[in-house]
Design a protein around this ligand. Structure first.
Ligand SMILES: Cc1cc2nc3c(=O)[nH]c(=O)nc-3n(C[C@H](O)[C@H](O)[C@H](O)COP(=O)(O)OP(=O)(O)OC[C@H]3O[C@@H](n4cnc5c(N)ncnc54)[C@H](O)[C@@H]3O)c2cc1C
Length: 358
């Protein structure tokens, strides 16, 4: 971005991250803009279709929007992104962010390095890209008040799976939850179960068997890199204040159903860099923060709205049966909705949902 960048990261990479490992066409477009798509595609597994089943209906096969999607373990993707940032000139400071405060035109940032030594950095701006329940948001007083509700997720990788080399994501939907299998190649599948409330792992085996009509169990004893997280609900009061900008999940968690977290993280980081750049070029910080917050809203609102609409449809018994019947009868309307939510230039219109209800 034409200025010096310091990266404070508390995990040692490669590290595991709760994720379906799915890169939608909009993620591919964001990676292409960063000139990283070729590097990612070399390691990733290509996806062409989504196979959807639910409520005793389906399966129905939907084409992913052009150019299709990719599957890559987040441990690999994130390590690649970190390497690219360092190659581009960012200085990596392994350690955990502790606190920060603004003083004049600087932000003073305190972090603890891997040796346990407390260190300080002084910067023109701070971008908190430290994930959901962001420490930056909390310590800068822009975190949300505690909220209740939200789904829970548990998942991991399963080796030796017959669908591990397919070019198809399988999704089994039930009221309030879903089970997704994303092939990573080499016989490995990312298996993710998202449920309305946390359940014991043995219970997850039974629930997944019920959702998939006996086709799969969660197979939790064989699950590698097992991760669980919840409740999936976090949204700070604002995306920026003063010289502090939040990007990615730190600026708000999206429902994982639409698989839009990675593109939003990449795009919002770009927007935050643009805002910092404009500040360094003389824009008043409060104005840069307002402009970033507006651009961030424009990025996430359509996706949040789409996820909310889909969620509402799935929760309403009569509507969801109708929608699923329509999808099975005519996959075209569902493919249009998919393109609007996950396409390279994701643009969602409520009319698309009405198309499925008609
Ligand atoms: C169940 C589930 C499934 C999902 N599936 C998909 C999917 O298939 N496709 C998709 O696109 N999105 C998916 N998402 C969303 C996606 O995982 C996130 O949106 C994305 O990882 C956000 O990236 P991020 O960089 O903002 O945060 P993160 O990936 O969480 O990265 C934050 C980083 O900050 C570091 N950090 C945290 N605290 C500190 C600190 N105090 N000091 C220093 N460093 C710190 C962490 O170590 C971490 O490396 C899913 C989410 C969930 C919950």
């Amino acid at each position: 971005m034409g200025c010096s960048v310091a990266l404070i990261e508390r995990s040692r990479f490669p590290r595991t991250k709760v994720c379906g490992d799915y890169l939608s066409p909009s993620a591919l477009a964001a990676l292409a803009d960063l000139a990283l798509l070729d590097r990612v595609a070399l390691r990733a597994h290509a996806l062409r279709t989504l196979c959807l089943s639910g409520f005793g209906l389906g399966p129905v096969r939907l084409r992913l929007p052009n150019p299709g999607g990719l599957a890559l373990a987040r441990s690999e993707l994130d390590a690649l992104l970190l390497d690219a940032a360092v190659e581009a000139g960012a200085a990596l400071h392994p350690g955990a962010y502790l606190a920060s405060h603004e003083e004049g035109e600087r932000v003073d940032v305190a972090f603890r390095d891997v040796e346990g030594v407390d260190r300080r950095l002084s910067a023109s701006a701070l971008i908190g890209a430290d994930g959901a329940w962001s420490a930056v948001a909390q310590r800068c007083g822009i975190a949300e008040a505690e909220r209740r509700g939200g789904r829970w997720a548990v998942g991991g990788h399963l080796a030796g799976q017959s669908d591990g080399d397919a070019g198809e994501v399988s999704m089994f939907v039930d009221a309030g939850g879903y089970y997704a299998r994303n092939p990573l190649g080499g016989g490995v599948v990312n298996a993710m179960f998202v449920m309305p409330k946390p359940v014991a792992l043995e219970e997850a085996d039974r629930a997944v068997s019920a959702i998939t009509g006996g086709r799969h169990t969660f197979d939790q004893p064989r699950l590698e890199r097992k991760v669980a997280i919840g409740p999936l609900r976090y949204r700070p009061k604002r995306a920026a204040r003063g010289r502090v900008f939040l990007a990615g999940d730190a600026a708000g968690l999206l429902d994982p159903f639409t698989g839009q977290g990675v593109p939003v993280a990449l795009r919002s980081a770009q927007l935050a860099c643009d805002a910092v750049r404009s500040m360094l070029d003389g824009r008043e910080p409060a104005r840069a923060a307002r402009e970033y917050a507006a651009a961030h809203r424009a990025l996430v609102s359509p996706r949040r709205f789409a996820a909310g609409m889909i969620d509402a449809l799935l929760r309403a018994r009569l509507l969801r049966t109708r929608v699923f019947r329509n999808v099975v009868r005519d996959a075209g309307a569902a493919e249009s909705l998919l393109a609007a939510v996950a396409g390279a230039d994701a643009r969602f219109s409520p009319r698309l949902v009405w198309g499925l209800l008609a």
